[in-house]
Design a protein around this ligand. Structure first.
Ligand SMILES: O=C(O)CCC(=O)C(=O)O
Ligand SMILES: [Fe+2]
Length: 348
């Protein structure tokens, strides 16, 4: 099991900022203790999972009405069918064994079909609560790093002052679709990748494991669904938070954007073929404003501790994407990353 701490980020915990920073510089993953501070209740999360299940159960023709990257949905919004994305193209022969639905609050509103059609307000409310939680976490990182100003990260995520690539994503990994035949060794539910934005929130379900991280011990370690082991039924599970590439770039690699993947459930070390081993998860990918620049955050701590050799290599890659002499923006970076994992050309 991966070593991922559970942190209480309420005012009552005076050490929250330091604890968050420690986790972020270690494995780059942390659980947030559910309480009133997160602003997201157990029933709101359950309702979202009910909605997700109902949507993915709709006929393909219905889901296709809001297909991802269609002219109607717009870029990176809408429904993505089985194998529609390949998160680790160097390794995978087939795309990810998953379906997804990406929702963003940008104008014009994206089309919603099937079970989602009457639920726009619910999606908007949930995504805005996720964003508020991310801002709280970003504020704490600013405090922990002594950034100048302390809200340097927060200011770059102020959704009232520009557009962003932030997306709420529902994910469905079916047990084992009947038509796939035998699984190949490299077949995977979600290929190894790091997240592209600043902070990611992940909501998981009891009894539906599968997430693994490439830990500081240089091996795959599984991430628990309930890290306390005994969260009472009906209570919210801790929310998983991980650092994305942008927050890593801003901090010269001090905060770790850790590679992770989702594997098929196994019995006796082999992929299981039980239909009941579906996995549903929900992710909020928090991104900075499109025009935010990928530069180092003003912080003495980042100056003195950031800039490991690995981080420098990563930063060079990003600089390579932006072209000579030009500072890359969050939008340039996101477009480059999305373009590598699926076809971004808008279709009719
Ligand atoms: O479903 C999961 O647990 C993780 C999904 C994920 O890592 C992603 O979509 O970026
Ligand atoms: Fe991810």
């Amino acid at each position: 099991m991966a070593d991922i701490p559970i942190i209480d980020i309420s005012e009552a915990n005076r050490h929250a900022a330091r604890q968050l920073l420690e986790a972020a510089t270690d494995n780059g993953f942390v659980f947030i203790k559910p309480n009133n501070t997160t602003g997201i209740s157990a029933s709101e999360i359950d309702d979202m999972f009910d909605l997700s299940k109902a949507f993915f159960a709709c006929p393909t023709a219905v889901k296709s009405e809001c297909a991802i990257n269609s002219a109607a949905s717009g870029k990176n919004r809408g429904w993505l069918g089985m194998h529609g994305e390949t998160l680790d193209p160097a390794k995978q022969k087939r795309g990810d064994f998953k379906e997804a639905f990406n929702f963003s609050s940008l104008d014009p509103p994206q089309p919603l079909s099937g079970a989602l059609a009457p639920s726009r307000q619910q999606l908007l409310a949930f995504q805005s609560k996720c964003h508020a939680l991310c801002l709280r976490i970003l504020r704490l990182f600013g405090v922990a790093l002594g950034t100048d100003p302390l809200d340097w990260f927060v200011e770059r995520h102020d959704a009232t002052s520009g557009t962003t690539g932030s997306v709420l994503r529902m994910l469905y990994y079916p047990g084992l679709p009947e038509d796939v035949g035998k699984l190949d060794e490299v077949d995977i539910r979600a290929g190894a990748h790091s997240d592209y934005g600043s902070v990611t929130l992940l909501f998981q379900r009891r009894g539906q494991p599968g997430l693994e991280i490439w830990s500081r011990n240089q091996r795959w370690e599984s991430v628990p669904v309930d890290p306390t082991g005994d969260t009472p039924a009906g209570d919210a599970l801790p929310i998983l938070v991980n650092i994305g590439d942008v927050l890593s770039y801003w901090t010269n690699g001090l905060l770790k954007s850790t590679v992770h993947r989702v594997i098929f459930p196994k019995t006796d070390g082999k992929p299981a073929d039980h239909k009941e081993l579906d996995r549903y998860s929900m992710v909020y990918f928090c991104h900075p404003l499109d025009d935010a620049e990928l530069v180092s955050v003003p912080s003495k701590i980042v100056e003195s501790l950031g800039g490991s050799e690995d981080a420098k290599k990563e930063m060079q890659k990003v600089k390579g994407l932006s072209g000579a002499g030009k500072v890359m923006t969050a939008q340039d970076h996101l477009n480059a990353r999305l373009g590598a994992t699926y076809d971004l050309k808008l279709k009719a």
